[in-house]
Design a protein around this ligand. Structure first.
Ligand code: BGC
Length: 376
């Protein structure tokens, strides 16, 4: 592993390795990746978190861990085949969805579904899984979808295709009656991936329709907005450009989105989720601050990316843990206390936080390598 050299972040590559090791410790022998071990509400495997984490593992060269995750997902998908087919048939037949019986956002670690009142209908994770799997197959040199994964990839692709433009809960598991900018981004990324994995050009056309819909329904005031129901900004809109490519980093509308995100959502140097966020006081998230850094690194603004990285690395604790969020107790003490009363202390070590740290480090590393290459 190449050491990332920059004066502001000595020892950075050791920390990246610490994140990789932490992720490996959060992976079960069967491939499932637990969202957080110290926070009981997160003792599950989310498709969204897990897919970003598998992507990070591939970036770090831990292909075997990523493969085990994808195999585990494939098994979990086989277990909910009926749920998926029922949702597809309802949408195709014009029959209302049964929101109490939707493919889940999170699974138990053995891959089974959990019967509770969690807002399960979040389609983003299914798109993100297709995107992460396509990346995994590409970087491991597979020239086609392995036989044992094919049925699940086909099923998830048909599900994402059918429900791409249906309102659902967002990446924060909220607001189930809207269509959300970042969900559309994940769906777009998934459809583009599935089109090439399955060699189905019609999925690419569907992806283009999703892109058009994101522009029509979540662009207002010269920037992207949170959803069809909210003009607010949301840090997850960063994914519209990096990694999913609905738009480009230099699209004026996206530039304005990033400016607004930084202006409205920076708190104590990190990025919050959205202005009205009260979850554990609505503090700043490593996942999002690293996402901003990822965007800057990919866009070639290394200095801005390093600033984001510095914030993330400063928030590791002595034990090498990286929490879900920081400073909510100072920003909004009342709501922080209310959530502590409800679910206990917040996640002190979140696997997804480590993953986005790894993604940012590897992106900077890749950019450094590119800029070192002689111009032909
Ligand atoms: C976040 C989700 C995340 C889950 C597990 C929730 O608080 O809103 O985006 O998937 O935690 O990390």
């Amino acid at each position: 592993m190449t050491v990332i050299r920059n004066d502001k972040q000595p020892g950075n590559s050791d920390l990246m390795r610490a994140s990789v090791e932490s992720i490996l410790r959060h992976q079960e022998p069967n491939g499932a990746i637990i969202a957080s071990r110290d926070f009981v509400t997160y003792h599950y495997c989310w498709l969204r978190d897990g897919s970003f984490i598998a992507f990070a593992m591939d970036r770090a060269g831990e292909h075997e861990a990523a493969r085990r995750f994808h195999d585990w997902v494939s098994g979990a998908i086989a277990g909910i085949a009926e749920l998926i087919e029922d949702s597809i048939n309802r949408v195709r037949g014009g029959v209302p969805l049964d929101l109490t019986h939707m493919p889940p956002a999170r699974f138990a670690l053995d891959g089974s579904t959990v019967t509770d009142d969690w807002p399960n209908f979040q389609i983003d994770g299914y798109g993100t899984w297709l995107w992460a799997l396509a990346h995994h197959l590409q970087v491991t040199g597979a020239d086609s979808v392995p036989e044992q994964l094919w049925e699940s990839v086909d099923r998830v692709a048909r599900y994402v295709d059918a429900l791409a433009l249906t309102s659902c809960f967002d990446v924060w598991e909220e607001s189930g009656t809207a269509r959300h900018g970042s969900t559309l981004a994940c769906v777009y990324g998934g459809l583009v991936a599935a089109a090439s994995l399955l060699n189905r050009p019609e999925l690419r056309e569907r992806a283009d329709a999703v892109r058009a819909s994101a522009s029509e329904s979540t662009k207002r005031f010269g920037r992207f907005v949170k959803s069809t129901e909210s003009d607010a900004v949301d840090s997850s809109l960063l994914w519209l450009s990096t990694p999913f490519g609905v738009t480009t980093a230099d699209d004026p509308c996206f530039v304005e989105t990033v400016r607004t995100i930084e202006q409205q959502l920076t708190f104590e140097g990190g990025l919050r989720r959205y202005p009205q966020d009260i979850y554990y006081g609505g503090g700043s998230w490593p996942v999002l601050t690293a996402s901003l850094g990822w965007h800057y690194a990919a866009a070639g603004d290394t200095a801005a990316a390093l600033r984001c990285l510095a914030w993330v690395t400063d928030h590791f604790d002595q034990a090498g843990r990286l929490a879900e969020q920081f400073a909510g107790e100072r920003r909004d003490p009342e709501n922080y206390a209310a959530w502590v009363g409800r679910w206990g202390m917040p996640a002190a070590d979140l696997t997804w936080s480590h993953a986005m740290h790894v993604v940012l480090c590897t992106e900077l590393e890749a950019q450094e390598r590119l800029s070192a290459e002689p111009i032909p």
